[in-house]
Design a protein around this ligand. Sequence first.
Ligand SMILES: Cc1ncc(COP(=O)(O)O)c(C=O)c1O
Length: 435
Amino acid sequence: MRWRNTARWVCGAPWYISMMPSIQPSVPVRRLIPSVPVLSLAAFRAGPHAGRALPSLLDNAQTRLVTSGRIAIGLALRALGVGAGDLVLVPAYHSPSMIPPVHWCGADVVFYRVLPDTCADLADIQARLAEYPGIKAIMVTHFFGIPQDLAPLRALCDARGIGLLEDCAHCFFGERDGVAVGSSGDYAIGSSMKFFPIHEGGCLVSRRHALDTHLQSAGLGFEAKAALTALETSFSYGRLPALRMLLALPLRARTLLWNAMKAARAPAGATGATGAATTSSLAPSSSDSSFSFDPHWVDKRSSWFSRLTLRLVSHARIVARRRRHYLALHEALQDAPGCRPLFAALPDGACPWVFPLLVDKADAVAERLAQAGVPMVRFGATLWPGVDASVCATSVELGQRMIALPCHQALRSTELAWLIATVRAALQASAKVAA
Ligand SMILES: Cc1ncc(COP(=O)(O)O)c(C=O)c1O
């Protein structure tokens, strides 16, 4: 999910400042902090506290950089030979964006249970395999960036001749017991835009099979949009101020051109949680909090800007700062009323996507947080239609109680302090009302 700084400067601005799109000095009525990593000069330096970078998905010899994790899921399933009439096992706790790629292959989904710590319930997987002989592949997710032990599942897949797709959308970096994330599955996928300051990006990797996927450029319009949107998102949170001034007029011209092009285009096709999008636009809807899958992007390469950013920014800094921010949130919120961190500890080999907090009165607290401007992900609040407590009560409960807070590398210390204070205040206020 992406938030934009909507605070705008109102009056008294000189003409050249009023020409700048979304980048005017602002007097925010409330604090607005980036929900996703944004670009800054510091992103390119490891910094004094960065230790060893954990293994990353990009370490795999076979790598394809695409525009989203869901596109990579579709490509991985296709590479596994999943087709019409096949079944794919998917965790009952999931992002709805994981399901349309299965349908795109012509296959259907069977859900398996997860344990309260989000690990795959192996006994339930075995029960589903016995119940449905047509299962061709199993998708397993390292939720929130905590690597699971996949050795038992790998052995099960090998014994049964079933494909294993390792979903590392939350886990771009990491290892467990010396095993790098992304190396256990026949194929693994990542969602680079969750970890890097880019507008679009996902990856398909494999350590076990050659990838014969050929990608092509999505065109100049896409390239320009990917770069400018990433930069503008950074500008809107006060990053890269010198570059912001420099690009003010070109960006203004771009906005005028964009609007003219939009007016000339046919209206975009409908997209939804259960449907596949069919019309193309300059960038995929996967970059805009949508759950849909647009086949137009299946054979498209990630933008030049995203690919370059993946190479140039410091991976050690991403890992170190995410871990540091996660631990600060854990420390500050572990004794707050009406909640508990999902995980008791952060394993050494983990690089978290977000900080998952289980909250008793999650809807009331989320409303207070939204009012205060706190970015959060209610991961699992929307599950695929039909996934209810009879399928997996744990998934439903996780989805209802989950408030996941940003811990990404671009948070400044003042932003983190504000985030912690605001979340604590919301939890305390909700506890008082409940008492
Ligand atoms: C667990 C999981 N897998 C896959 C995806 C798909 O990734 P993307 O949004 O890059 O398409 C998501 C997206 O949130 C996810 O949470």
